[in-house]
Design a protein around this ligand. Sequence first.
Ligand code: NOJ
Length: 517
Amino acid sequence: MFYQVLPISFADSNGDGKGDLPGFLGRIDHLRWLGVDAVWMTPFYPSPFRDLGYDISDFCNVDPVFGTLADFDRALDALHAHGIKLIIDFVPNHTSNEHAWFAESRSSRSNPKHDWYIWADAEADGGPPNNWMSRFGGSAWQWDDTRGQYYYHSFLLEQPDLNWRNPAVRAAMADVLRFWIRRGVDGFRVDAAAVLAKDDLLRDDPPAPDSSGKPPPQRLNHVFTDDRPQAMIYLEEIRAVIDEFDNRMLAGEVQGKIGRIGHFYGNARPRLHLPLNFALLDSAWDALSLQGTIDAYYNAIPDKAWSDWTIGGHDKKRIAGKLGPFQTRVLAMLALTLRGTPFFFAGDELGMEPVLIPDDKVNDPFERLVPGYGLNRDPERTPMRWDGSANGGFTSGEPWLPLGEDVAERNVARLMADPHSLLWLYRRLIELRRRESALSWGAYQPLRSRHDILMYKRVGGECEILVALNTVHQPRKCTWQGAGRLLLSSWLDREECEVEGPMLLRPDEGVIIKLRC
Ligand code: NOJ
């Protein structure tokens, strides 16, 4: 089970209002208490920080805001000492425009790194080479006076795309992976894994169907920049570097429709171990839609692939805002009882909801460049709340983003003191999942979900565990037949008792029942 940490929002040790690595080190006990297996940490590298550190100016160092390489080593050692693994972001697609490679590349058309980025001549009228759009709005091409050419940027113009067709670029990025693996990291989350290759004919993207009302970048169908066959070959090369070492893994960001997820795993030639699956976040929240979503996902991945379920992240709206406090508990039970590795985001265990960001505090460039479509990602990126003190114990200074109005009710100390809280539910579910091997490794066996109750079994060896989740705020009849031992209710007020089906589930109640073992 992975716990995603945004270092800038986790814990601040020096009062500058931004989280840092020493702050993270000081909070590792929280991860131990929860029982997490592994942490995914988002970028902490030197960066002008125009896109939350995904604009990197040196891949093999730590930004002074976060500390030093020695701080990183200390944090990694402490995680490992407690049996917790660490994966970090690998951002292969682009650098910051302040990276030394880009400075060299833009300096002339003849320098040794002249084709480390994607450069193209202007059209006859001086305009950009084609209609490709940046995900953050506007043309994806930026004119550069020194070169007298355009360069391509999938994201911000301060994030020029590397030219992965160039073997020297691929070799340099392979060395970045080796650098961190030799320092001891257990793997990587590959950023923007789908966009590494672009059409070399620079063909124009077609208009997207039904795009009226969509934000401008989504009005084109990005067929010539996304998910190109060549990108899969690059992922295979990245995987080959990982496989030079024992026991390292690759997760990856592969936004898009479920049907696309299968090929990111690869078949004969392996690619990512865990392409991140956001299907639960995108699904409508009712038993029938959820059972359809789960089925579609399992059917879309290769037979031997291991699945994963992501319920939060720094680019996704906090789901507690959509589901409310009661169904958020049902979601926790769902994510921690499905077959596949759950990924959740720091603060999900507190039920953090999107935080309202005043206009003068907006930080996310997405919101500034494509305003008015609700794309701001700041509301999910706000700091962790450790206690009910000023600024939630996150910082003694001015927090880089506001903490929200509900810190006094929703913070680690407060929820830890309440054995029925969502925080405890997470801990209990994690513990149960580890204890019951059918829950960790068993097959997923769908049952017919009816009457607003999502039902399935996990079956491993002789053991059979039934999961039944009431997706509404009224009592509902759960139609299974037989007898079993109730291991846990999402209300955390009954456990280890004999039950018989059919049974009534209380509003918003999920139950885990051992049928056989
Ligand atoms: C994906 C990251 O998750 C997102 O936060 C970022 O804006 C883009 N990649 C560009 O790096």
